[in-house]
Write a protein that binds this ligand. Structure first.
Ligand code: ADP
Length: 278
């Protein structure tokens, strides 16, 4: 649906009169408006998307709170059910806000990187501990492969936790009951490689390139139902860009998906212009 607008040049002219009556000079600036318009459209789309995403849970919260207020609260069964729904929508709102904050920090270059030595096995075990219960409750066989304990790499631990957490979270989200999810990491030359593999719904070939876009979802209803915000993978992409890593996806619909993440095992040298300088 995205089309590139025709290239438009704008001529901005200013003339000024100097002290002598004859020395009139002009300053002409050429602006390429294409980029400015495109940015403006992306910004508007973003605001519309965010408003929509926030309005949906908010509408439900209001509806169920009203129903409670109007007497539902007197029936314990109804009260428990409705307050549970309100809670889950409030959690969804919280997810959206925290994803938006992460994304805005990353996109404005304000994300502070804190590099340090990280134990690969401890990091993987940590992610396993966060999701094991969720996997068990959903009836998914969650297999985790830990590397040898002495293996460390230099990275921003919090940011990598976010990358891995998002991928494992997705694998569990898009895999039905009875399925399998594998998560592991190892060293390969100068790189650390992580694999998150699931036997879930898969991603159609034509959509694989798009899933890293903000708010892009193959199945909007399914994502919502699972508590998704459509922002997880764009956060993953941004973090990996900063860490000079890559992510590769292979998937077949109905069979499952594999996400392979590769990051340098040493802190990347600063590239290009340092952040904050002009
Ligand atoms: P969401 O919050 O919707 O999960 P993401 O940015 O994390 O947002 O992912 C974008 C979309 O990519 C998802 O809505 C889903 O359609 C697809 N997707 C991501 N991971 C998987 C996976 N492991 N299996 C199938 N589809 C996936």
């Amino acid at each position: 649906s995205e089309t590139t607008p025709a290239r438009t040049w704008s001529l901005v002219g200013t003339t000024a009169r100097g002290s002598g009556e004859t020395d009139v000079f002009g300053i002409f600036l050429l602006f390429d408006l294409t980029d400015i318009r495109q940015l403006e459209r992306i910004r508007k789309d973003f605001v519309a998307n965010v408003s929509h995403e926030i309005r949906t849970p908010l509408t439900s919260i209001r509806g169920f709170a009203e129903a409670l207020h109007d007497g539902g609260i007197n029936d314990p069964k109804t009260a428990r059910e409705f307050s549970g729904i309100i809670l889950s929508h409030a959690e969804r709102l919280g997810n959206i806000v925290s994803d938006l904050l992460h994304l805005s920090e990353l996109e404005t270059g304000k994300a502070v990187m804190r590099y340090g030595s990280v134990s690969l096995s401890r990091q993987i075990a940590h992610i396993r501990d966060v999701y094991a219960d969720h996997a068990r409750k959903k009836g998914i066989r969650f297999t985790v492969q830990l590397p040898e304990e002495t293996l460390t790499y230099e990275t921003d631990e919090g940011k990598m936790d976010l990358v891995l957490g998002n991928l494992v979270d997705n694998a569990l989200k898009y895999t039905p009951e009875g399925g399998e999810v594998f998560f592991g990491g190892w060293k390969e030359g100068d790189a650390i490689v992580f694999e998150v593999r699931d036997s879930g719904v898969g991603i159609p070939r034509t959509e694989v390139d798009r899933i890293f876009e903000r708010f892009y979802r193959v199945d909007r209803a399914r994502s919502r139902e699972m508590g998704g915000t459509g922002l997880g993978l764009s956060i993953v992409r941004h973090i990996l860009e900063i860490l000079q890593g890559t992510v590769r996806v292979t998937s077949s619909p109905g069979q499952g998906s594999t996400f392979l993440v590769r990051v340098p095992s040493r802190e990347p040298a600063p590239s290009g212009i340092p952040a904050g300088s002009k």
